[in-house]
Design a protein around this ligand. Structure first.
Ligand code: TXA
Ligand code: MG
Length: 372
């Protein structure tokens, strides 16, 4: 279903009425962006189609955020439940202000400090954003991504772009165009292939809507590369950390511990970002777990973290993970996908330390290990 194209191919490809469609791939470059490729992708967005594009965090699956019909295509292609709202991507602070009823001082300070960048800010929405985008909520998550390709696409489309991560729902987010193809080939119109994402995990989601209404302090709904401490220092007030930060470090998390009802953000469900293979997170002193799984004839994929000696055993596939948080984040999803594709029965992850720089990475690992 995939065709790799030069930018001179003129066949039309935008379509929202079908799920099965031919997915085209166009190479783009962060430094030069290639106007023709961007213009082709923007034309697909303007025509109501679906374009996967790189951002500095993960690949997004974009559609015109002002068109309910176009956005409906995102939910269909991903198999995403309608109650999970989408982030709307903009190319300037001015564009963000046009999409929300209130742009408070905190938003101004945060945008000045962190945009373009991996911070999504939840604010009361304006009518121009269809209810489908926000899953019926009266708030919208806004983000200006730090990717030249993404910004060029948004500008050329002349519309805000609603974009979740470009994976099938509940699978790990894509950090390369090949990951997008693996999940969505034949379901979307176009992939802009800009190479690997530099950040590797999704943006921090910060809710400012409670702070505006006086209902509560700004709160981090999803930890990411920008920490609660950085946000707090920028806006000079307390910030509530993500509710799941006290979740245990091993795979004992149960979905029942956290019901979807009443959660401020559906992305806070325990299981999210998960490979199809069961994942066990282990602490430093639980290495026998790997041996026990191998003894039971399981093929095991192991993401190690600074283990001094790793046994060589049949059925064991090891990926040594970086010992620095940003490097780990950049690698995490590709590593999980590699192990999944290698056909292992179980993935074991040696957990990085329980320290602030590791909060977002630990969050994603805990979610990957939560039972379905
Ligand atoms: O880095 C990212 O954020 C990537 C790139 C493509 O920008 N996008 C991304 O989107 O991760 P998605 O849909 O996979 O995750 C969006 C998260 C979800 O947890 C969703 O529930 C939450 O943001 N969210 C979106 N709008 C919201 C709102 N109005 N209120 C609360 N949470 C919201
Ligand atoms: Mg996602």
């Amino acid at each position: 279903m995939t065709r790799k194209l030069g930018v001179h191919d003129t066949r039309s490809h935008a379509s929202t009425s079908r799920t099965a469609r031919e997915t085209q791939i166009l190479a783009v470059n962060e430094l030069t962006q290639q106007d023709e490729a961007i213009e082709r992708a923007a034309a697909v967005v303007r025509a109501g189609g679906l374009v996967a594009f790189p951002t500095e965090t993960v690949y997004g699956l974009g559609a015109d955020a002002t068109s309910a019909t176009a956005v409906a295509g995102i939910f269909t292609a991903k198999g995403r439940p309608a109650e999970n709202p989408l982030i709307v991507h903009v190319a300037s602070v001015a564009a963000a202000r046009e999409l929300c009823i209130d742009w408070p001082r905190e938003a101004e300070l945060l945008a000045a400090r962190f945009w373009p960048g991996p911070l999504s800010i939840v604010l009361p929405k304006r009518q121009i954003i269809p209810d489908l985008v926000t899953a019926g909520r009266d708030t919208v998550a806004l983000r200006m991504p730090a990717s030249n390709v993404a910004l060029a696409l948004i500008r050329a489309a002349a519309a805000p772009i609603a974009a979740p991560s470009a994976n099938r729902t509940n699978h790990v987010s894509p950090t390369r165009a090949e990951h997008v193809q693996a999940d969505l080939d034949g379901r979307i119109d176009l992939v802009l292939d800009g190479g690997p994402c530099s950040g590797g995990i999704e943006s921090t989601v910060l809710d400012l809507s409670g702070a505006i209404s006086g209902a509560g302090p700004p709160s981090v709904l999803r930890p990411g590369l920008i920490s609660a401490e950085q946000i707090s220092a920028t806006i000079q007030c307390d910030v509530a950390a993500a509710a799941n930060e006290s979740l245990p470090t091993t795979s004992t998390i149960t979905p029942d511990a956290c019901s979807p009802l009443g959660l401020p953000s559906p992305g806070m469900l325990p299981r999210h970002y998960a490979p199809s293979v069961p994942v066990d997170c282990i602490a430093k002193d639980e290495l026998d777990h790997v041996a026990a799984l191998l003894d039971e004839s399981n093929r095991v994929g192991w993401l190690t973290f600074g283990e001094s000696s790793v046994p060589r055993r049949n059925g064991l596939l090891v990926i040594e993970m970086p010992e620095e948080a940003n490097g780990y984040a950049r690698r995490i999803y590709a590593a999980l996908r590699e192990l999944e594709e290698s056909g292992v029965d179980r993935i074991v992850v040696s957990m990085p330390p329980c320290e602030p720089p590791w909060r977002a990475v630990r969050d994603r690992l805990q979610r990957a290990s939560a039972s379905a």
